[in-house]
Write a protein that binds this ligand. Sequence first.
Ligand code: FE2
Length: 404
Amino acid sequence: MQPDLIVRRANLPDGREGVDIVVHEGIIQAVGPEIPAEARQEIDATGRLVTPPFVDSHFHMDATLSLGLPRLNVSGTLLEGIRLWGELKPLLTPEAVAERALAYCDMAVAQGIQVIRSHVDVCDERLVGVEALLEVARKVAPYLELQLVAFPQDGFYRDPNAKANLLRALDKGVGIVGGIPHFERTMEEGRRSVVELCAIAAERDLMVDLHCDETDDPHSRHIETLAHETLRLGLQGRVAGSHLTSMHSMDNYYVSKLLPLIAEAGVAAIANPLVNIVLQGRHDTYPKRRGLTRIPELRAHGIAVAFGHDCVMDPWYALGSGDMLEVAHMAVHAGQLTSLEQMRACFEAVTTVPARIMGLEGYGIEPGAYADLVVLEAHDPIEAIRLKAAGLLVVRRGRVVAET
Ligand code: FE2
């Protein structure tokens, strides 16, 4: 058999150099030095980092590229962002949402993202975002896997129709249960929302990914309930807490008890460094908190920590470009993750770790995996973060889908 493609002399994220990657029918057949074979197509990657694709584990595809509609966020806060989104929501059309989402997918794929987990707001009788993004997911499937989370933006209890609409969204094919306990009216309602959302996921055999404790309030402790319900219902390995910014401000003694619980429950943490550093600490004078969750401490307890982009040009964040290296770069700075091991972990937090959290199959550069690869203009993961390196080539299932 003549292979379809060989990528020659690649550097891999694990430090191996001069590695050939043999691809046939969209699958990696062999990985090793100087493989004697002739392929229909050869890519010379000498000295360049070849990585499995970037995975964005937290995004809002229904809001992306809507910056300025219907106005800008003046205070820069999360809460004004939610109000602004509430103003925009009745004006949305499925066509406009799909058009912006598809434009973003192109932008993301060109930079090497091949998997995105997007929350989609279900607090809308018309379910415009849900309908539009389910269709977008089908359209982009050949080059981008789009996972959708049913996200009750206005509160699972606070919005009287949220529960019914969340269930409708799941019935339509949205595959993950979302929530926003810190936005419910009271701590107790937030706690109950976590309990009920986990029960829905258990009953339907779905994953859970909650916006959890995205606040500077150290008493926002819904992650504790999330971990406890995960254990109680046997959902280990299927649950993620997104943001967890309140952990930044929590009492150290309490955190010393919380971290082992999260680890025991196998709950993953998804931080969003670009957006957390911008939205958190807004009620502070000086010193201002950074608002990022406790990344090194979570990792030290064996908890999987991934980074998401969260927002690009929307009511919450005016910048962003679909570059996961920019996300990792901000994490290095805001989290002071500057040791070599920590910087490499920041690269893994936008590649292999979210792939594991999201249950991706056939991900990685190894025989039998999908031939999904990105050739970067960098020698290694740390240089890639430093330079926010350009993606030179993006390969999806053995086929070049983007080229710089
Ligand atoms: Fe989010």
